[in-house]
Structures are given as C-alpha cells and as structure tokens.
Design a protein around this ligand. Structure first.
Ligand code: UDP
Ligand code: GLC
Length: 380
C-alpha cells in the first residue's frame, strides 16, 4: 500500500485506455487518496467497486463545450473552468499532490495550482502531434506544463519525445508504462469455443479480433479491407465509438456489408470481459492509422497468449520487437496486414514461439508492481 496522498483528477469518465490505467494507480493509493471526476460516467462505478473514494464535481455542463485552445471558449465556460479549479485547489489542501489524468483535467489542475493548490503531476497519455492536436492546443498544454507541472508522466518514450518536440521541458518527464494483472488471463481456460459457437464461426476458420474503440484513428477499416482478401478469416470487432464517431461506425458497417465480407464480421460493442474474448481469437490486430501513444490492447494480447499484429509508430515498438514478440507492420496498408495474418496462420510453430516469448516478457515488464514502482519514483 502506498503512503502518498494523491488527489486524482480525471475529466473523462468513460472507460478508455487512460481511464483503465488510472484505475490501477488509484487502487494502489486507495488508502490515502481520492479521485475527482469532472464528468459523470461508468468510471465512477468501477472506482467504487474497487473501494476507491470518488466524487463527481458538480455541474461540469458547460466545461464539456470548452475547447481550451480554440479561442471559442465562451466566458461562461471559462468561468466554469475557474470555478472547478477553485474547488480542486480547495480539496487538494488535504493531499500531497494533484494527479491530472487527461488534458482538460490538467488545465483545471494547473489553474488550481495557480490558485494555491497542491503541486501538479500531469499524466500524459496522448502523443501531441499536429494531426490530432492543433498548434494552439499543444502550445497551451505544453506551456501550462512547463509553468505549473512538477512532473509529466508519459505512458511511453514516444509520448515523451512528442512532448519535447512540442516545446515541453525534458527534465519534467518520467516514463511509466501501463500495468496489467496477468493472473486474470492465466485463470482463463485456453479453449473458448463457446463464443465461437454462439457466433456461428465454423471450426476450420480463423478468428482475428480487434479490441479498440471505433475510430478512424484505430483503423478498423484497414482490418476489414485486409480480411476481405482472406475468405477463411472471421473478424471480431469489440469496442464502441467512445468519443462519438458515428459517421465512422456507419462507414465500417457499410464495408462489413460488402459481399466479400458477408457473415464474417462479428460486432460485440463495448465489453468488459476482454481477456476471455481475446482467448477466443486466433490473433489480435491493432491497426492504428497514426502513432499509438502506448497501446494497452497489444500487451493484453500478449498476456492472453495470442499473436499480436500492430502498426509501427508511437509506443508499439516499446511493446513488440518485430518477429520476436509480435509482428509490426507499416500503418494504412491492408495488403501488408493480410500478409502478416497469413504468416501467423500458416507458420504455427514460429507463431507459438513468438507468443511464449511475448507472454514471458509482458508478464514481467508490464506487471502492476513494476509499473507502480515506476510511478512511485516518478512522483517522489
Ligand atoms: N477495451 C474494453 N472494452 C472494449 C474495447 C476495449 O475494455 O470493448 C479496453 C481494452 O482492453 C484496452 C483499452 O480499452 O485496455 C483500450 O486501450 P488502448 O491503450 O489500447 O487504446 P485507447 O482506446 O486508450 O487509445
Ligand atoms: C491513451 C492512448 C493509448 C494508451 C492509453 C493508456 O488512451 O491513446 O495508446 O495505451 O492512453 O496510457
């Protein structure tokens, strides 16, 4: 059990990778710490179920509309931001530090610090690049970090490099990867044939799974295009459009309805039993079209002892050594993905070797105790 008193602040309360990561650290510090959410959502229940103190700060309605950097933020929204920051500053007086788990949470925490709140650690889960964040957005976030953060924890070295490239100070950075409880995977039976039966997938077909929110960035369309070339392959799509990308979901449904894929794409929506679903697959694909900051799904695939194919870019090469612990392919290339899938399905011995090495490495490198030790050093 950890001693430091941390006020964890999260703007979002959906279950994305950043929030799942927060659950583990908030749990490790549960005796002395508390979580404050700036919006209500499923994360609150997950925290409560784990016995972690959690509070939703009242009325964040207009904060949802704040684009901190856009210049369009209304005075009302900025007023709301300030009001929340005042509350966080006040609360933080009983804590050693504020841990901000996302960008809006960090802006609130930085203002709270300005108003006399506890020191702020920003846990940065995003790669600050031009294709995702505007120049102004990056400037605001990085300037606030340079002025008000005592540390910036990044989920991979790649995330740290992008922070520096955006003007962030090197000396603030500490890398802390995400952690995973391998026992959850070890407890499961290896044969999960029931799910395949329920979905009506014949025994002699391969099942490749993708476990990401539905988003162009995550690249489900690349997997569907690759699978359309491989008639023996079925696709399991697990995840929902967490940050509203209804148009992209529509586009995916249209691709899946094509004759060449008919009956081979299985949609499960958002699920909370990922390890068991992974065990039902023969391989797992992670097709991000732009650099992935970390990529929790890849480690989970390794712990489920299923071969992972991921795209090069961002933190994925900190998880996979190509050909040794998984396959890394260039992004946005369905043909190369189809080739990688065929390689995995045809060379069973090499795949099995890869899977065993990946499992042993992930179990140690990304264990909860090991990342908690990194976290503790980072906030020391
Ligand atoms: N996940 C989940 N339910 C789903 C789909 C995904 O719980 O239906 C989990 C997945 O197991 C992983 C996380 O969501 O732990 C996604 O994290 P990742 O780092 O891969 O990507 P992110 O969405 O955070 O960018
Ligand atoms: C973010 C990133 C993802 C990372 C997760 C946990 O959601 O997009 O790559 O794995 O945070 O750090």
């Amino acid at each position: 059990m950890k001693e430091k008193r941390i006020l964890f602040v999260s703007y979002t309360a959906v279950l994305g990778g950043g929030e799942l990561c927060l659950l583990d650290f908030a749990y490790a510090y549960r005796d002395t710490s508390q979580v404050v959410l700036l919006t209500d959502g499923i994360l609150k229940k997950r925290l409560e179920d784990l016995g972690i103190k959690v509070e939703v700060l009242e009325s964040s309605r207009s904060l949802a509309e704040v684009k901190v950097s856009s210049g369009l933020a209304s005075l009302k929204s900025i007023g709301e931001l300030w009001r929340l920051a005042r509350q966080v500053a006040q609360k933080s007086k009983d804590f050693d530090l504020i841990h901000a788990n996302n960008q809006k949470g960090f802006v609130v925490a930085a203002i709270a610090r300005l108003l006399g709140g506890a020191p702020v650690v920003w846990h940065l889960h995003d790669i600050l690049t031009a294709n995702i964040f505007s120049k102004l957005n990056r400037l605001v976030a990085v300037t606030l970090a340079n002025w008000f953060a005592t540390r910036v924890i990044v989920n991979s070295q790649a995330t740290g490099e992008a922070f520096i490239a955006s003007g962030g100070k090197d000396r603030l950075l500490r890398t802390v990867h995400n952690g995973f409880d391998s026992e959850i995977f070890d407890r499961l039976k290896d044969n999960q044939a029931t799910l395949r039966e329920e979905l009506g997938i014949p025994r002699n077909r391969h099942l490749i799974g993708m476990f990401s929110r539905l988003s162009y960035w995550k690249g489900q369309h690349i997997l569907l295009e690759a699978a359309s070339q491989l008639p023996d392959v079925h696709v399991l799509l697990v995840g929902d459009a967490l940050f509203g990308e209804a148009e992209y979901t529509e586009k995916l449904k249209n691709i899946a309805a094509q004759e060449s894929l008919k009956g081979r794409v299985h949609w499960l929506g958002f699920r909370q039993d990922i390890p068991a679903l992974m065990k039902a697959c023969d391989a797992i694909a992670h097709c991000s079209t732009a650099p992935e900051p970390f990529g929790r799904v890849i480690v989970e695939a390794q712990l489920a002892k299923r071969p992972a194919i991921a795209t090069i870019g961002g933190g994925t090469s900190e998880i996979i050594t190509n050909g040794v612990t998984g396959l890394l392919i260039p992004p946005n290339d369905p043909q190369l993905l189809a080739d990688a899938m065929q390689q995995i399905f045809s060379d069973r011995e090499a795949t099995q070797r890869m899977v065993e090495v990946a499992y042993s490495q992930a179990k140690i490198k990304f264990s909860i105790p090991s990342v908690c030790a990194e976290f503790e050093m980072a906030i020391a």
